[in-house]
Design a protein around this ligand. Sequence first.
Ligand code: FMN
Length: 337
Amino acid sequence: MLPAVSYAYVAGGAGDEWTMRENEAAINRWVIEPNFVSGHPTTDLTTTLFGSRIRMPVITTPMASHALFNTAAEAGTARGTEQAGSIYVSSSASSQDLETIAASSNGPKWFQIYFPADRGYARELLQRAKAAGYKMIVITVDATVISNREGSTRILGKPSPNSVMHGGNKPKTPGINPEKAALWKADLNWDDVAFCGAETGLPVIVKSIISVRNAMQAVEHGCAGVWISNHGGRQLDNTSAPMTALPRIADAINGRVPIIVDGGFRRGQDVFRALALGASAVALGRPILYGLSLGGASGVRSVYQHLETELQMVMQLSGVPSIKDITREYVAPHLPA
Ligand SMILES: Cc1cc2nc3c(=O)[nH]c(=O)nc-3n(C[C@H](O)[C@H](O)[C@H](O)COP(=O)(O)O)c2cc1C
């Protein structure tokens, strides 16, 4: 059983947790329109995402503090993700340092940064990530201040159990104060996004896009992709669900860059509906940490296996042979009777 502190941290959200609940509810406002008599079997779930061939369009979303869930910590999650043939995205607020995580598996890995107030520390983190072999920088933009996570606060006395926001990635550059380095940059702007690319030469994705405005700005600023998310309902409550924002953002982006989406995706049916509405891939959050809690790397792998079996079944019944064939004609808005 998970300690109460760990469970409160993973299971909760911000404010009234309206957005957290809405994330799952919004997926069910779309129904699958299957073609039961398609004449062909489903043969291929693989896809290529930013140059990495993966077993299906599902990846591991960045999450802090995996040591709260299993002693294998992030290395365990990264190994499980590799065994499942997918991409691991490492949070800058990881329990282990980014080098240990990078060395733990050979699978493709991206680095997610909470942009710190201290620019020297931002530079250090980005350069370390590049040197450790991460292939993409994901900058999370909806965390310039910690939110009102009242469930966690009731149990812990604070919104997050992390004693320092950078977790295992303590600054190594002489002169950087570790406590100051833990502060997030409150006046985050598009120059900071550009800085991530300029410092590393790596492609940059902006995570926690929930509006058409920010999605278009990300494309205009040369981002390689857009990651639709509201942090699993853990930051700004009363934003719309990613599944509600997805079709309008996909229309605005019009295929110019890949779209990743996360928030509330639990089943093959959910992944299918997101792909139909224009996502290139779905990222999984809490289910991965529950898998890690129960079985370390193999627990994570089994979450992926379960989803893969289900997605295969959904595609077969819907009559689509491969991922690229999942288009908008396979979903329709669910209208109340
Ligand atoms: C325990 C926990 C920690 C998280 N830590 C981070 C983080 O460090 N960086 C980040 O960008 N998002 C973080 N998130 C948000 C996830 O990346 C993702 O947006 C969200 O969990 C997706 O929703 P889901 O959990 O319903 O699948 C965290 C989420 C959880 C549950």
